[in-house]
Ligand binder design. Structure first.
Ligand SMILES: *[C@@H]1O[C@H](CO)[C@@H](O)[C@H](O)[C@H]1NC(C)=O
Ligand SMILES: *[C@@H]1O[C@H](CO)[C@@H](O)[C@H](O)[C@H]1NC(C)=O
Ligand SMILES: *[C@@H]1O[C@H](CO)[C@@H](O)[C@H](O)[C@H]1NC(C)=O
Ligand SMILES: *[C@@H]1O[C@H](CO)[C@@H](O)[C@H](O)[C@H]1NC(C)=O
Ligand SMILES: *[C@@H]1O[C@H](CO)[C@@H](O)[C@H](O)[C@H]1NC(C)=O
Ligand SMILES: *[C@@H]1O[C@H](CO)[C@@H](O)[C@H](O)[C@H]1NC(C)=O
Ligand SMILES: *[C@@H]1O[C@H](CO)[C@@H](O)[C@H](O)[C@H]1NC(C)=O
Ligand SMILES: *[C@@H]1O[C@H](CO)[C@@H](O)[C@H](O)[C@H]1NC(C)=O
Ligand SMILES: *[C@@H]1O[C@H](CO)[C@@H](O)[C@H](O)[C@H]1NC(C)=O
Ligand SMILES: *[C@@H]1O[C@H](CO)[C@@H](O)[C@H](O)[C@H]1NC(C)=O
Ligand SMILES: *[C@@H]1O[C@H](CO)[C@@H](O)[C@H](O)[C@H]1NC(C)=O
Ligand SMILES: *[C@@H]1O[C@H](CO)[C@@H](O)[C@H](O)[C@H]1NC(C)=O
Length: 594
């Protein structure tokens, strides 16, 4: 109708007129066909929640103009259905398979349930199928091996509820497959299907966070185009075959973490020159690191935590890995010194050597690591805490420093020249059997949020300046020999007083997740509760009435001290409190009439 009105305007320049004619002509001839509209309306009908699609998907209009639909030029056939993040619920109609020109179907990030119709996986037109982040369930049915070769290139079924056996024969007819992401489902049984080795174009293969078992089949190493191979969090076992792995010379990411792999890292890993990310964490791997690891000069991430690796880290020449950003060898049996070559990895941001048998004094070269934000040396045998702190203060960007369970029996340095640490937010120096007092240099750490000095032999009283640490919300000085009264200054700590003030979110603080127990890990400091733990000391006197001020506290522990008097009624003002332990003192409760 609009077009007709325009045509009536006789003064319209002829160029514009012909353009209008052209446009109107093309839209007359090119409405989508009933053959295309039918399956789409059927899809709509099978949704229980259509996210408002019905408003645009009207039977009497051109389906090429419907929301989320794209058609191709000459014959106006539907090529794309793009309905990611639309709030769709209900099941996926198998009739979408009737759209014989459909190339790309993206239904990711909805709440679709039921099965994934075989008609879509086996479609003779679809090249990209993305149904990730839904609640699809059931098994993925196999395509019979007699099926002709399918055009599918990208299949993303990750983050759904698929279960049962991971398809095996299906992949025989998927010669064009470039990406398969099946991670975060509940696939079980069998191992990684050998037939994936037929997918010679396969670049990306992800099946992490399932229940797959068995070994990695040799055939898979025939998929020589693989760049991204990721099976974390399954139940896979066996050793990494040093001969086979060299076929995968294009590998950029190898993630086999959280399985039951055993054996050594093969020397031939050095031939994977493109490798950037190596994750073998939480397995049963052992042996020394091969010095050939230095040949993988593009490495950015090395995660070997929770294995039984041993020997000296100095086997690897880290100076050949200039791009290294993360090195995590937490919980292994490495011994000897920290390799000097590591300090030439100037881009290193996260270094965790915790839970090994490393020893010696820290090298002044650590100061070269200008980007270092996360450093954990916890539970080794490092010596000379004074030296360590003087060196580490030069890493200006450190936000997290965990050095607990080292420096056993030394004295807490009180040298006020320990300054710097401008960005430090988390400081853990527990379990070192340190003597001395809470040092004054800590008062200068204005960004400190978490301070753990537990399990030492520190004495003296809690300094009044503690209340000037305006970001501190987690203070644990339990199991020391502190004496004197509990100062009211502690009740004035801003973060414990105010329910409003939230800990600042600095994602760099826990560059690597921090474990408080094997089963509990923290990725952001705000996930930690507000805690005050003064237990197992020699505090005397009464609990100050002002205790009622710390309204933000979740956990308060004064147990095993020598506190006397009444438990103040104001403690009832701590309405957020989930843990309260005042045991093993000499306190009395004043019962109030109800
Ligand atoms: C899908 O195609 C089949 C066979 O060609 C046909 O019988 C059926 O009616 C079609 N369904 C829809 C909704 O288009
Ligand atoms: C759409 O309209 C056609 C006739 O124009 C009709 O045959 C068909 O049944 C309608 N489809 C739906 C789903 O209403
Ligand atoms: C599907 O759409 C989402 C949202 O736009 C996008 O992030 C995703 O990359 C798309 N999938 C594919 C395979 O392109
Ligand atoms: C899939 O989930 C639906 C509920 O959304 C349930 O009714 C159905 O039984 C499930 N099917 C399978 C095979 O688990
Ligand atoms: C699904 O996987 C493909 C290929 O890796 C990717 O391009 C797409 O973004 C993924 N979809 C979502 C929603 O992340
Ligand atoms: C890998 O492919 C080669 C030929 O390309 C073939 O000879 C060999 O048998 C295949 N290996 C496996 C384990 O499938
Ligand atoms: C590592 O590189 C050196 C020198 O480039 C070479 O001699 C050696 O064979 C390589 N080792 C491996 C396992 O690739
Ligand atoms: C460090 O990282 C930056 C990018 O963040 C990069 O440009 C630079 O080349 C890297 N330095 C080295 C020595 O690799
Ligand atoms: C330290 O971190 C800040 C951001 O907080 C950044 O701007 C700065 O470049 C970093 N400095 C170094 C030496 O990495
Ligand atoms: C500890 O380090 C300090 C400062 O670097 C140094 O003066 C001292 O000699 C070291 N102590 C030992 C026992 O090595
Ligand atoms: C605790 O709450 C009571 C009211 O329930 C109030 O009178 C008192 O001042 C509060 N004490 C503190 C220390 O906040
Ligand atoms: C506890 O306090 C009472 C008096 O308040 C005192 O008689 C008693 O000796 C104290 N007990 C201990 C173990 O300190």
């Amino acid at each position: 109708m609009q077009t007709l009105q325009f045509l009536n305007k006789t003064h319209m320049p002829s160029f514009a007129l012909s353009l209008v004619l052209l446009i109107s002509l093309s839209s007359l001839t090119s409405s989508c066909t009933e053959h295309e509209r039918g399956p789409l309306l059927q899809f709509l009908a099978e949704l229980s929640q259509d996210g408002g699609l019905a408003a645009s998907w009207q039977n009497d209009t051109d389906c090429c103009k419907w929301e989320g639909i794209t058609c191709r030029s000459p014959d106006r056939a539907v090529t794309d259905v793009s309905l990611a993040s639309r709030g769709l619920e209900g099941s996926i109609s198998p009739f979408l398979g009737n759209l014989t020109s459909l190339l790309r179907l993206n239904l990711s990030c909805n709440s679709l349930s039921g099965g994934l119709p075989l008609e879509l996986v086996s479609s003779s037109s679809i090249t990209i199928l993305d149904v990730s982040f839904n609640q699809l369930n059931g098994t993925l049915h196999e395509l019979p091996s007699s099926t002709p070769s399918r055009p599918l290139q990208v299949l993303n079924i990750s983050s759904n509820l698929f279960a049962g056996h991971f398809p095996s024969t299906t992949w025989k007819v998927m010669e064009k497959l470039v990406t398969l992401n099946a991670s975060n489902n509940s696939f079980t049984g069998g191992s990684i299907p050998p037939s994936l080795g037929n997918c010679s174009r396969l670049r990306e293969l992800g099946a992490g966070y399932n229940n797959l078992s068995g070994v990695i089949p040799n055939e898979l190493f025939n998929a020589t185009s693989l760049e991204y191979l990721s099976f974390p969090n399954n139940d896979l076992h066996g050793a990494i075959d040093g001969t086979d792995i060299t076929n995968l010379r294009n590998l950029v990411t190898l993630d086999l973490g959280r399985n039951s792999f055993s054996g050594k890292i093969p020397v031939s890993i050095g031939q994977l020159k493109k490798l950037e990310e190596l994750r073998l964490d939480n397995n049963n791997m052992s042996g020394e690191l091969p010095s050939a690891l230095s040949n993988c000069t593009n490495l950015i991430t090395i995660d070997l935590k929770s294995n039984n690796f041993s020997g000296e880290l100095t086997k690897v020449n880290f100076s050949l890995l200039p791009n290294l950003r993360t090195l995590d060898v937490f919980l292994n049996n490495f011994s000897g010194k920290v390799p000097e070559s590591l300090y030439s990895c100037s881009n290193l941001t996260a270094l965790r050597l915790a839970g090994n048998n490393l020893s010696g004094q820290l090298s002044p070269q650590i100061g070269n690591l200008k980007y270092l934000t996360f450093m954990s040396l916890t539970d080794n045998s490092f010596k000379n805490i004074t030296n360590a702190l003087h060196i580490l203060k030069r890493c200006k960007n450190l936000t997290t420093l965990l050095i607990a369970l080292n420096f056993r029996g030394e004295i807490m340095p009180k040298d006020d020249k320990i300054d710097g640490f401008e960005n430090l937010q988390v400081l853990g120096i527990g379990g070192c059997e340190l003597s001395g007092q809470i040092p004054h240099w800590i008062s200068k750490l204005g960004n400190l949020q978490i301070l753990v000095l537990a399990d030492n032999r520190l004495n003296g009283s809690i300094p009044v300046w503690i209340k000037t640490l305006s970001n501190l919300f987690y203070l644990d000085i339990s199991n020391n020999s502190f004496t004197g009264r509990i100062p009211t200054a502690i009740m004035d700590m801003p973060m414990l007083k105010s329910e409003k003030s939230k800990a600042h979110l600095d994602p760099r603080v826990f560059e690597l997740p921090v474990y408080s127990s094997p089963s509990r890990q923290y990725r952001v400091p705000t996930a930690l509760p507000k805690v005050l733990d003064l237990s197992k000391n020699k505090f005397t006197g009464v609990i100050p009435l002002e205790i009622g001020q710390m309204k933000a506290l979740l956990s308060l522990n004064f147990s095993f001290n020598h506190l006397t008097g009444h438990i103040p009624q104001s403690i009832c003002n701590l309405t957020k409190l989930q843990v309260l332990d005042l045991s093993a003192n000499n306190l009395t409760v004043q019962l109030q009439p109800l």
